[in-house]
Write a protein that binds this ligand. Structure first.
Ligand SMILES: Nc1ncnc2c1ncn2[C@@H]1O[C@H](COP(=O)(O)OP(=O)(O)OP(=O)(O)O)[C@@H](O)[C@H]1O
Ligand SMILES: [Zn+2]
Length: 823
């Protein structure tokens, strides 16, 4: 007898280990790395797990070794390069492979015990069944589908898996129904003559069956005229065309079908081939771009990532497009990352113009079926697979096989970092790793580099290429700093606008030019306050004030969504004089309507862009000048390319500059330079007005003179002194508990052990700016690790300590996780 085979599988759980199962002998021939299997875990739970390793070493320990219950895939659904990347993510970001697995796969490819079970329509009814099996099948047939819990209830058992397994083997049910269901290929109805009318002779008698039914006759006549009697003599019409052209109802067609004259067949069509786009043209690069292109390629030769630092509107995108063209010519794939979904539609149009249907988008707002289809297209290298994938963060997990180039646009953006849940990965850094795995060049592009990347360039870990001029040689916008306090003192404020900004907006409108106004607060007012006692309405679940949203006339928590109506009286002193404080985008929009009644104003923030296409619609309207002034949060700042924007206003720079974080100056600079960069991109120089009550702030002077190096050098001294990135590596350890006392206890225990191990590299525990979110109190401990020392052992120690603390009695209900390179 041959030795038994074992499979180590990855379960979609935050557990650190791999789990070993026995492969039943009958499964052995079909067992492969990278296929999904159904396994039992714990007493009652079933999961789809991924086969990670196959071997013949029996696991040690005398526990009850379970077998694999079913194999879900014929072929692997992930490739080897992906697994290597996952291992890196799990190791570097201190999480389990299971968590990476969970994040990487479109959810339709993960089924858990909630999965739906349904009756298999192809089931052979002659098959012998027990009474219970039959009852269950009847139930499934009647209801269409049921989840495992419902089936347990139906059978009156804790676990019905044994029964399901038998039915699965008999081909009576589909467990992967949720997968099949959402991944069902899209079909269209095609109408044909039924077989008995396949000869011309038979057609002569075709109307006999119709009799005098007028509508049926009309329908059939049209069908015949367009098919057998037409010049092209095609043999079918789509149902849609037939009904639309004749204006006859579906019911009439059904009668003709029931009479056995016509048949309708459902034919699969690719879901993604929606609008075909022809490749049109590529722009010729100008001299500066051409030079940058050559330098980028030289950088690639050295096998290092290249940082392309080009001012806003210098034409970086066109340089990328040229590079992509060359990679496609070698028949390789390109991954083009952008920090936000909102950016994909403008860019996609530019890519389609150059590469037609070879370019396409992938991101998390797509529905499951679309994502699965893209996944398999790429995995199986199908004909209509995108060769250029434009995507947000999650696109790094696609099953690429032959990546020839990775572009990370706006590489400085924080939204590349996943905040919650694990894996808390940074897509830019993962792109660099993917580049190593695939031996593919990596290009990071931005007008305002992150300090991390710029530092890497200074250390020659990255090659640096610069583009210092705007395309067409238009000067960068003129930046004016406007003093809010002075204007208020002199009573010159026009509502929320300083006279400087008001005048610029007014002039722009007169000349039919466009304006962007930026304020990083949505809602009407960030908070309300009682004028007599100072009381501020706060969220019941979080330690934050509630934001006033006027259009909903309610107070909303931006951390947990908790919504309440407006208070009539103060919660403390019962005074009825409660006023709004500060202002968000909603208020600016309203005020502009009063200041410039003739202007068309629109707002772009989370509240106005929830619907799937709303963002694209706003951009389209602004592009086509149906909007004069666009008010928005950071959504308006990045990457967008508009022709007619002349004026950009930053309503309040103080909030950014005063934010308590070691990166706040770096971020303020990036944000202000980026939003300014939307002005004067074509034809004429733009103008930017920054409103502030600290007009002499050095960061503002640096933004105004576009002195990135000045800011960088100054800030880097501080980073070194206070041991912050990019000199040191940070790990933030977040501890949460519903009880404040238990949190304090657990956090202190953890910090004490960490101090023993890491001595003076430990900071905290401390409450972060917001000490309670969604009813959880939270504290943070920070590790500052030496970059030149091995990180892996330190992280392993850390994870061990975390496990140890969680396991202590009294620490139930404590959540602890590590966030490596927190943003
Ligand atoms: N060689 C070229 N020929 C024609 N048009 C060009 C060329 N290069 C750039 N442009 C146009 O100039 C504008 C700005 O270029 P692009 O959007 O590529 O700049 P960018 O450097 O990516 O800017 P940002 O950093 O602000 O996103 C675009 O409308 C682009 O189409
Ligand atoms: Zn809240």
């Amino acid at each position: 007898m041959s030795k038994p085979l074992f499979a180590d599988v990855i379960l979609p759980l935050p557990l650190r280990d791999k789990f070993t199962y026995l492969v039943p002998a009958s499964f052995e021939p079909n067992m492969k790395l990278g296929v999904r299997v159904i396994v039992q875990f714990g007493a009652r739970k079933y999961f789809s797990a991924l086969v990670y390793r196959l071997h013949q070493e029996p696991p040690s320990g005398d526990f009850d070794l379970k077998s694999i219950d079913a194999i879900l895939d014929k072929e692997p659904i992930v490739n080897q390069a992906q697994i290597i990347a996952w291992e890196w993510v799990a190791d570097y970001y201190c999480c389990s492979l299971g968590e990476v697995f969970k994040a990487a796969l479109p959810s339709a490819l993960k089924l858990e015990s909630q999965s739906n079970v349904s009756f298999n329509p192809h089931f052979n009814m002659e098959e012998e069944l027990t009474g219970e099996e039959e009852a269950l099948l009847l139930m499934l047939q009647g209801r269409g589908q049921a989840n495992i819990k419902e089936i347990n209830q139906f059978l009156g058992r804790k676990s019905s898996y044994a029964t399901l397994k038998v039915l699965l083997e008999k081909n009576a049910i589909l467990i992967e129904e949720r997968l099949k269901d959402s991944y069902k290929p899209k079909t269209i109805g095609v109408v044909k003559l039924s077989d008995q009318f396949s000869t011309p002779k038979a057609i002569e008698n075709i109307f006999e069956g119709i009799g005098r039914a007028k509508k049926q006759r009309e329908l059939l006549e049209y069908f015949l005229a367009e098919t057998v009697f037409s010049e092209e003599s095609q043999n079918s019409l789509t149902k849609k065309e037939l009904l639309e052209q004749t204006g006859i109802s579906d019911a009439v067609l059904k009668v003709v079908v029931d009479k056995g004259i016509l048949t309708i067949e459902e034919v699969e069509i690719g879901r993604l081939i929606q609008n075909h786009t022809e490749e049109q043209f590529l722009y010729e690069l100008n001299e500066a771009q051409e030079k940058a292109l050559v330098q980028v390629k030289e950088g690639f030769q050295t096998k290092r990532p290249v940082l392309l630092h080009g001012v806003t509107s210098s034409g970086k995108t066109e340089v990328y497009i040229k590079l992509i063209e060359e990679v496609l010519a070698q028949n390789k794939q390109v991954l083009y990352l952008v920090p936000e979904i909102g950016l994909t539609s403008q860019l996609n149009n530019r890519l389609k113009r150059a590469f037609g249907d070879r370019a396409g988008i992938y991101h998390s707002k797509f529905n499951d079926a679309e994502r699965v289809e893209i996944w398999f297209n790429i995995l199986e290298e199908k004909e209509d697979a995108y060769q250029v994938v434009l995507g947000a963060r999650s696109a790094v997990f696609l099953p690429f096989k032959k990546l020839g180039l990775i572009i990370v646009d706006e590489e400085h953006e924080n939204s590349y970092k996943q905040f919650d849940p694990a894996p808390r990965y940074h897509a830019r850094d993962m792109a660099v790793v993917l580049g190593q795995i695939h031996k593919a060049p990596v290009l990071l592009g931005t007008a305002t580099p992150s300090f991390e990347s710029y530092f890497n360039a200074k250390l020659k870990k990255y090659a640096l290429v610069e583009l210092k001029e705007r395309f067409q040689g238009i000067e960068l916008p003129e930046i004016v700093v406007a003093d809010i306090r002075k204007a208020t003192r002199q009573r010159q404020m026009k509502s929320l606008l300083t006279p400087e900004l008001y005048d610029e907006v007014k002039q722009a409108l007169e000349k039919e030019e466009q304006v962007i106004l930026f304020q990083n607060r949505r809602g009407f007012a960030p908070y309300m306050q009682c004028t007599s006692c100072g009381w501020i309405p706060k969220c019941q679940n979080c330690d934050v004030s509630l934001t006033y949203h006027k259009y909903r006339s309610s107070l909303v928590c931006h951390y947990c969504g908790h919504t309440t109506s407006l208070p009539d009286t103060c919660g403390e002193c019962h005074s009825d004089d409660i006023r709004t404080k500060g202002y968000g985008t909603e208020q600016i929009e309203e005020e502009l309507g009063i200041l410039f009644p003739e202007a068309r104003v629109a707002r772009m923030d989370l509240d106005t862009t929830r619907a799937k296409r709303s963002f694209d619609q706003l951009i389209y309207k602004f592009e086509t000048k149906q909007i004069d002034i666009l008010v928005g949060t950071q959504m308006v700042t990045k990457g967008l390319d508009f022709e007619h924007v002349r004026v950009v206003g930053i309503l309040n720079a103080d909030q950014m500059l005063n934010y308590p974080d070691f990166r706040s100056f770096e971020r303020s600079f990036q944000l202000m330079a980026q939003v300014s960069g939307r002005a004067g991109r074509k034809n004429k120089r733009g103008k930017v007005v920054i409103q502030t009550s600290q007009p002499t702030h050095e960061v503002l002077a640096e933004v105004a003179s576009n002195s990135f190096d000045l800011l960088f050098n100054r800030q880097m001294l501080e980073r070194k002194l206070f041991r912050y990135p990019p000199y040191f590596r940070l790990v933030k350890i977040v501890v949460k508990h519903k009880s404040r006392e238990r949190l304090d206890l657990g956090a202190n225990q953890l910090a004490a052990i960490l101090r023993k191990l890491f001595v003076n590299q430990v900071l905290g525990p401390e409450y972060p700016v917001i000490s309670r979110v969604q009813t959880w109190y939270q504290k943070e401990i920070w590790l500052k690790l030496d970059k030149n020392k091995q990180l892996s052992p330190a992280k392993k120690q850390l994870m061990d300590v975390i496990g140890q603390i969680k396991g202590l009695p009294n620490n139930g209900g404590l959540i602890i996780y590590a966030d490596v390179d927190p943003m």
